[in-house]
Design a protein around this ligand. Sequence first.
Ligand SMILES: *Cc1c(COP(=O)(O)O)cnc(C)c1O
Length: 398
Amino acid sequence: MNKGRKNRPLTIPLSIPVLGGQELHYLQQAIVSNWVSSEGPFVTDFERALERYLGGGHAVATVNGTAALHVALRVAGVGPGSLVLLPGLTFAATANAVIYCGARPVFLDVDPDTWTIDPKEVGRFLTEECKRDNKQFVHRASGDRPRAIVPVHLLGHPSDMTPLFHWARSYQLSIIEDSCESLGATYKGVPTGRLGDMACLSFNGNKTVTCGGGGMVICRDNEVARRIRHLTTQAKAHPTEYIHDAVGFNYRLTNLQAAVGLAQMEQLPKFLERKQVLATRYEEGFRDLKELLPAPRAGWAKPSYWLYTLRWRGARPGAVRRLVTFLARQGIQARCLWRPLPDLPIYPEAIAHPIPVCERLYQECVSLPSTPNLIANDQDRVIEAVSRFVIRERKTSR
Ligand SMILES: *Cc1c(COP(=O)(O)O)cnc(C)c1O
């Protein structure tokens, strides 16, 4: 709720929730009704709201986006001996979900124009590093089986799906969209979340729509949705006896969280509109600085601009990090991108490839304040501070 200047914190945050709708009212209803846990009408209402927004599909709410990825991969048959193709540049949760399944991530480079998985790299891996062996399709070096591609619609920009569909069809791979950052974005007019066999959403506190914490799996098939619901509720095989037919998970969203989520969904069109306005204003604000490239927007894409992210072309090593510190001193919260995942020591089982584009973007990109109710005055402060730093850097580098 925007209470005006007087109560405005001094800092300009990167991205905070805007709880300006029916959140409190719905939460109160949930509490008064005594339905607080994962049974309860708001969970179903929240799932229906997502299905309506996405124009179809079956939605199963989960406790967070990471759990959604884990269970989606499991249902796609990903397990020990499986390979999952994903971009080297994403939040760690995408790769962690692969590891939870006992499978191995294959980190691939991203496209410099969209910052999402490069379909050419996918094709190269499948055609050059894999082969058919006794009718099975396997990775030559390890004998493991490629099972799924997880395109991550990074920062709200959709991945280029058409060539990925081609590769998935050719080699019977599942496509599981990591749409945790892209609610509201469309690819060739189709919402992200409705493109793959399954898609995973996040409603973490910093995402476009929040439940506090929460997630969702969207799938095409009703039977798949039933299996996901079953696995996320401890795989109970009997309504009253403690009989389980699988090792399930306690991954369901609670009614309290869903109450907040439903209220947030009602405001999604407004949030997206505001993020679009912020993106346009950032683009205009930096137009005269040729080294600052606007956030990506492919011809076939309508991005959701989850976090507006600039690319400072040719930024010297460490310059973006110094910019972030410079902004912090003025009460402006900005962020570097994720460290490319193969550079972390935590995925020794991964199949790594050179990822020069990921490395370059990591060095050159900075995410700027993107809260939907960021006021123009504050955004101008951000634009002015970033510009001042970049111009100063020009002079010292001569
Ligand atoms: C936020 C996020 C996740 C994980 O979602 P949580 O709800 O925080 O578990 C996964 N992948 C990406 C790309 C994300 O940004």
